[in-house]
Design a protein around this ligand. Structure first.
Ligand code: SAH
Length: 392
C-alpha cells in the first residue's frame, strides 16, 4: 500500500497529495474505503470503472453514492501522464513519450507479433545503474515512478491501440518491465502496479506473461520471491565477474554467484515447470567470442534446464562505443549455446528506426546525477569512446 496514504490517515492532513486510485491494488483500495467508512466491495466497483470501463471521471460512477463521489472528487485523483509524442515504426512497433505531472518524461513501447502484443513499460525516470551499453543509463537518474504512473502506461497504451487497425483492437497480451529504470530499485510501487496488472479486476495479465527484468539487485530478488511469482528475467551480459564488473557495475556489489543463488531461490518459488530468462546483450569483440560462449556454458551450468537464454544483438546509440556483432557471429553464438542444451532465442530488433529498441529509450528528463553532463563532456574531449576489439 502507498505509504503516503497511511501517513495521511494518521495526521488527517487535508493538504496531503491526492490519493492516486489508478495505482492501487484491490487490497489498498479496500483499506482506503475502510478508512472512509465504506464497504470493501467499493474497491471492486471502482476497479471495474477504472480498468474495465476506462472511466475518467467520478461523476460517471453511478453505482457509488453521491456522497462518496463528492468525497473522491475532493481527495482522490485519476490523473495520468500526457502523451507528448506517438511514433509508429515501419515494423508496427509503437513508442510513446509521456510527460509526467512534474514535467519529467518517460517512454513506453508496444511490440506487436503474430501471436501476441507486448508492452514494454518504464519503472523509473532514468536509471541509477549506469550499465555501460545502455542509453537510459547514460542519461542519468531522476526519480522513481509512482504505481499510478506505471499502471497509466498500460492504460494509455491500451486506449491508443484501440484506435488503430480499423477499429480492431490490438490487445496487449504481455507486459514487460524492461523500459527505463531498474524495477527492483522501485520495489513497493512496482509490486503495487504488478498487483493491478495481474488482477482480473485490473488488466488480467497472466503471471507468465508479465516479466520483471532486473540487472541483479540480489536482496530484492530474494524479497520478490516472498511477494509474487511473475516471470523473471535477469540481465547477465557477461559470463565472468571480471567482465560483468565493467558492463553491469552493480555486479561489484552482487557478483554472479550470488545472483545465480537468488535465481535458484526464485525458481523454487516458481515451481518445477517454469524457468527464468537470462538476457545477454551481444557486444562485438567484448562478450560474443567463442571463448565467451564456453564461459557462459560453464557459468550457467547449474541452472541449465531452468533458463531460457535470450540473446540481444546490441542496439547502437550515438557515442556508445560498442558495435553490434554481424548476423553470422550472433548465429554462431546461438548455435554453440544450443549445442550445449540451452534453450536460446535471438531477440529480433524491433522499432530501431524510432529509437524504441532495447537500450535506446532515453525519454527527456532532468538528470540529478550529473552523469549526462560528464558523458557528453567525455564524448567531446575524446571523440567516440571505444570498447572491445575493433576491426573484426
Ligand atoms: N534495468 C532492467 C530493465 C531494463 S533494460 C534490467 O537491467 O534488466 C532491458 C534489457 O535491455 C536489459 O537486459 C538491458 O541490459 C538490455 N539493453 C540495454 N541497453 C541495450 C542496448 N543498447 N542494446 C541491447 N540491449 C540493451
Amino acid at each position: 500500500m502507498a505509504e503516503g496514504l497511511a501517513l495521511r490517515d494518521l495526521t488527517g492532513d487535508a493538504a496531503a497529495a491526492p490519493v492516486a486510485l489508478l495505482g492501487m491494488s484491490k487490497a489498498s483500495l479496500e483499506a482506503y474505503f475502510g478508512r472512509l467508512g465504506e464497504k470493501p466491495f467499493r474497491a471492486v466497483q471502482v476497479m471495474k470503472w477504472l480498468h474495465h470501463r476506462d472511466a475518467d471521471d467520478f461523476a460517471t460512477m453511478t453505482d457509488l453514492s453521491r456522497a462518496l463521489r463528492t468525497r473522491l472528487e475532493a481527495e482522490a485523483t485519476l490523473a495520468m501522464p500526457e502523451v507528448v509524442q506517438d511514433h509508429q515504426s515501419q515494423d508496427g512497433t509503437r513508442k510513446w513519450l509521456f510527460a509526467l505531472a512534474d514535467g519529467q518524461r518517460i517512454e513506453t513501447v508496444f511490440i506487436p507479433e503474430k501471436d501476441r502484443g507486448t508492452l514494454c513499460i518504464s519503472s523509473q525516470v532514468g536509471c541509477a545503474l549506469d550499465c555501460s551499453f545502455c542509453a537510459t543509463g547514460k542519461q542519468g537518474f531522476n526519480r522513481n515512478l509512482t504505481a499510478a504512473e506505471i499502471v497509466s502506461q498500460v492504460r494509455l497504451a491500451r486506449r491508443a491501440l484501440q484506435d488503430t487497425d480499423f477499429g480492431r483492437p490490438k490487445p496487449i497480451t504481455n507486459v514487460v518491465l524492461m523500459g527505463m529504470g531498474e524495477p527492483l530499485l522501485n520495489f513497493e510501487p512496482v509490486l503495487e502496479a504488478i498487483s493491478v496488472l495481474l488482477d482480473d479486476l485490473g488488466y488480467g495479465i497472466s503471471k507468465r506473461r508479465l516479466t520483471l527484468s532486473t540487472a541483479g539487485v540480489v536482496p530484492a530478488i530474494r524479497a520478490l520471491a516472498g511477494r509474487t511469482d511473475v516471470a523473471l528475467a535477469i540481465s547477465l551480459h557477461a559470463p565472468t565477474d571480471e567482465l560483468r564488473d565493467q558492463l553491469v557495475p552493480i555486479n561489484r556489489r552482487y557478483p554472479i554467484a550470488e545472483l545465480l543463488d537468488a535465481c535458484e531461490a526464485y525458481l523454487e518459488k516458481l515451481g518445477e515447470w517454469r524457468s527464468i530468462t537470462v538476457e545477454y546483450t551481444l557486444l562485438a569483440g567484448v562478450n560474443d567470442r567463442p571463448e565467451d560462449a564456453e564461459a557462459l556454458i560453464a557459468c550457467l551450468a547449474r541452472l541449465r534446464e531452468r533458463v531460457k537464454l535470450n540473446l540481444i544483438p546490441f542496439n547502437p546509440f550515438p557515442g556508445s562505443g560498442y558495435a553490434r556483432p554481424d548476423a553470422r557471429e550472433v548465429r554462431r553464438f546461438q548455435e554453440r549455446m544450443m549445442a550445449a542444451n540451452y534453450a536460446t532465442m535471438v531477440r529480433t530488433t524491433r522499432g530501431d528506426d524510432i529509437d524504441a529498441a532495447c537500450g535506446q529509450l532515453a525519454g527527456a528528463f532532468e538528470d540529478r546525477t550529473k552523469r549526462r553532463t560528464r558523458y557528453l563532456a567525455r564524448l567531446r574531449d575524446h571523440g567516440e569512446i571505444t570498447h572491445g576489439q575493433s576491426g573484426r
